[in-house]
Design a protein around this ligand. Structure first.
Ligand SMILES: NC(=O)CC[C@H](N)C(=O)O
Length: 369
């Protein structure tokens, strides 16, 4: 097999470090917050997760592309990342149902990538200096010009992005299902929806800026607040909606961005982490059952733990065992709970899927009462 001749590409980080590699995916220039994902598998699910909108992903797994790409391992309609950084891009993919190479898939979707970089070094830089912006280019070889372009990339702090990835129109899934759940799509992953339809839910998925009145008009048995990109504190519209949902006393479950919004709606703040948690092996302890679970994570913001502990509204239910950050909360006296990690785990271990069952139990109880 004749391997593709690759052009040069460059990566510039906001701390001034500059790398030369080779171009993969689409040609062009693309910037965003650079962050690393330590998962060994599931690259296509990661790239299509809307929570990564506006970010450049560094895969720490050194071989990427070796199982190609398929149409069904996706978390949304197309890749949402702003760029990709890998060590060794595998030219050859081997898998019985692999439909195209990753390179073709990225190119078709306009995603700019760079390969043949020392990703270990880049990850160490992000770990020691914290989250920062970066830019990838296959067309600008003048460093001063590239610096200028990098300066135009917005900071993730205070950035609202959900409105860019949410559904434009409401839609129904699994019509006639036993429990009706209104989903506020602030960047929802497909497999989260599947976890709920598999458990008998009919879902109506609403755009991010839907008012409480419009959600309520569906007459749901429960509400779900999804994952999504950007800074939760920059989303007053969703915080307000969640406050109004809580007054109704119906079950509500939130994942990741949804969890952060539920905390904010209860007067507890969120903050930007030094560098985020993104991978498939983050240990979390359930403080209610005393059990630990290995979880899939993807977040760069977190809920303030001291404020949760001091809150008369919230209770800490899960803790991240690596750094003691908040991994789960529930609202005292209400059927409302949320987690920072990803129980749908696509990709990732399935230890936390019981949380969807817990949500269904809350709905069942409420319906029977
Ligand atoms: N996966 C998510 O929902 C991410 C939430 C938020 N954008 C963060 O980075 O923390």
């Amino acid at each position: 097999m004749k391997l593709k001749q690759r052009d040069k590409a460059f990566l510039l980080l906001a701390d001034g470090s500059y790398f030369e590699g080779t171009s993969i995916g689409s040609k062009g220039t693309s910037g965003g917050e650079i962050c690393f994902n330590t998962g060994m598998t599931g690259y296509q699910e990661v790239y299509t997760d809307p929570s990564y909108f506006g970010q450049i992903i560094v895969n720490t797994n050194s071989h990427i592309g070796n199982y190609g790409s398929v149409d069904f391992e996706i978390e949304s309609d197309r890749p949402k990342i702003n760029g990709l950084v890998v060590n060794e891009y595998s030219e050859i993919h081997s898998r019985h149902d692999g439909e195209s190479t990753l390179d073709e898939y990225l190119e078709k979707n306009g995603i700019v990538g760079i390969a043949d970089l020392d990703t270990r070094k880049i990850v160490k830089q992000i770990r020691s200096q914290g989250a920062m912006n970066a830019i990838i280019t296959s067309e600008i070889d003048d460093l001063a010009k590239l610096r200028e372009e990098l300066g135009k990339v917005p900071s993730m702090d205070h950035l609202e992005l959900s409105s860019k990835v949410t559904t434009k129109e409401p839609y129904l899934l699994n019509e006639g299902g036993e429990y009706k759940v209104a989903v506020l799509d602030i960047g929802c992953k497909k497999s989260i929806l599947t976890n709920m339809t598999n458990r008998g839910c009919e879902l109506k998925v609403f755009p991010a800026e839907t008012s409480f009145a419009d959600l309520k008009a569906y007459n749901p048995d429960g509400y779900f607040i999804s994952n999504g990109p950007g800074d939760p504190a920059a989303m007053p519209y969703a915080i307000e909606t969640v406050k109004q949902i809580m007054d109704e006393d119906k079950p509500m479950f939130g994942i990741c961005l949804g969890h952060q919004i539920i905390a904010l709606a209860n007067g507890v703040s969120t903050y930007k982490m030094h560098h985020g948690h993104r991978g498939l092996n983050h240990p979390v302890k359930n403080l209610v059952t005393g059990r630990s679970e290995v979880t899939s994570q993807n977040h760069g913001f977190a809920v303030d733990k001291k404020e949760v502990e001091a809150s008369d509204k919230l209770e800490l239910t899960h803790i991240n065992l690596n750094d003691n950050t908040v991994a789960g909360i529930r609202v005292k006296g209400k059927p409302v709970f949320s987690v920072q990690h990803h129980p749908e785990a696509s990709p990732g271990p399935h230890d936390s899927r019981y949380l969807f069952d817990d949500f269904i139990q809350l709905i069942k109880k409420q319906k029977e009462s």
